[in-house]
Design a protein around this ligand. Structure first.
Ligand SMILES: Nc1nc2c(ncn2[C@@H]2O[C@H](COP(=O)(O)OP(=O)(O)O)[C@@H](O)[C@H]2O)c(=O)[nH]1
Ligand SMILES: [Mg+2]
Length: 363
């Protein structure tokens, strides 16, 4: 399972900079509105320090991180739904995302041609209205599609029509669909429409280098908005993150010391996204490879095995499990076993974060 994140936001807020920081191209985006004209997509390795920790104790030929798919959705101008700017045709790309990274400008910069003062809350509302209008378009088209069958007396179509009607009413008010409680059957009816405002959102407060900790008023406004809607939020400076990412390790450490930052923000962003989506990581470790795998929180051992090979779910016999912390403490699998910490788990075992696993499967 590869997690896909779609980056959205108003023009010139730092979307492409965040994309570059995540994907590590290191090129400098042009400072013009609408500078990006095509959606960009890239699959990147999920930075995970635990892989190196494991490698510290287990020799291997290669290290294979989990992957993350990132999409840079270009300039969504205010009023795009009315056909201004490039319009919202690119929002189609965002439909494929599992999660939305909503970049909000929290840095001051005179040369970007912004007429109004920096206003995170206002910007969020403007952008979300665009998302609502894009969804409304989709919902209306589908409502028309099922309405005819509903009138002809088809029960399933009637149910869909009613759900779509309720969705349309919410969107017309500028409300996100995720703000309404949907019964599982209703959510099921909406799912094939890939609606943007049903997706989990992580707000990215793009702070200036004068507020790297994200404690300023602007970043706080984003965090408060996120908390009020049950979404996640994170503050980071996309510009600096992008620069750090492109540096050699030595220079990077020096620069980070100067800035007074202890760690890169991107791993934090990714782990927030994992939390938001209810994902977790387990590892397999052997002489051929040490590999990170992404599963859902609550997944059983057979489901986890099924990630490695579809057959493994059915053919699962048992799992030998320890944690990365056990490895750090005992320094080898043999020592973990000798200490009685190597657990043998069956089909009902619910995987835990940071498990290192050997699956035993039948033929
Ligand atoms: N001061 C400052 N400028 C930034 C930051 N992030 C992006 N920018 C600048 O804002 C301009 C637009 O950024 P870009 O990523 O292209 O915005 P996009 O239109 O949302 O993709 C570029 O000149 C960036 O260097 C930031 O955190 N601080
Ligand atoms: Mg851009």
């Amino acid at each position: 399972m590869s997690l896909a994140c779609g980056i959205v936001g108003l023009p010139n807020v730092g979307k492409t900079t965040l994309f570059e920081a995540l994907t590590g191209f290191g090129s400098v985006p042009a400072p013009y509105a609408f500078s990006t004209t095509e959606p960009q997509r890239s699959v990147v390795a999920v930075p995970d320090g635990r892989l190196e920790v494991i490698h510290g104790f287990i020799e291997t030929d290669k290290i294979v991180p989990a992957d993350l798919s990132v999409m840079d959705i270009p300039a969504l101008a205010p009023g795009a739904y009315k056909g201004e700017g490039l319009g919202n045709k690119f929002l189609g790309t965002a439909k494929e995302a599992d999660a939305i990274l909503h970049v909000v400008q929290c840095f001051e910069r005179a040369d970007l041609g912004r007429e109004r003062p920096v206003d995170p809350t206002g910007d969020i509302e403007t952008l979300e209205l665009e998302l609502c209008m894009a969804d409304l378009d989709t919902v209306e088209r589908n409502r028309e599609r099922v309405a005819k069958k509903a009138r002809a007396g088809d029960d399933a179509s009637r149910f869909q029509r009613d759900v779509f009607q309720r969705a349309a009413a919410q969107l017309e008010e500028g409300g996100l669909l995720s703000a309404l409680p949907w019964k599982p059957t209703e959510a099921e009816a909406l799912r094939p429409l890939f609606l943007l405002t049903t997706k989990p959102v992580l707000y990215v407060a793009n702070v200036g280098d004068d507020d790297l900790a994200g404690e300023g008023e602007l970043a706080r406004a984003v965090a408060e908005h996120a908390a009020a809607s049950g979404a996640g939020s994170i503050a980071l400076c996309c510009d600096i993150e992008c620069e750090l990412r492109s540096m050699e390790a030595d220079d990077r450490e020096l620069f980070m010391g100067e800035l007074g930052v202890k760690e890169l923000s991107l791993p934090r962003l990714i782990s927030e996204a994992y939390d938001l989506l209810g994902l977790q990581t387990f590892f397999t470790a052997g002489e051929k490879e040490i590999k990170a795998w992404t599963i859902l929180q609550g997944d059983s051992a057979p489901l986890a095995a099924g990630r490695i090979h579809t057959d493994f779910e059915k053919k699962f016999i048992k799992a030998e499990v320890y944690s990365v912390a056990d490895l750090v403490e005992h320094e080898s699998e043999a020592a973990i076993k000798a200490a009685g910490k190597l657990r043998v788990e069956g089909r009902d075992y619910v995987m835990r974060e940071s498990d290192v696993v050997h699956f035993l499967v039948g033929r």
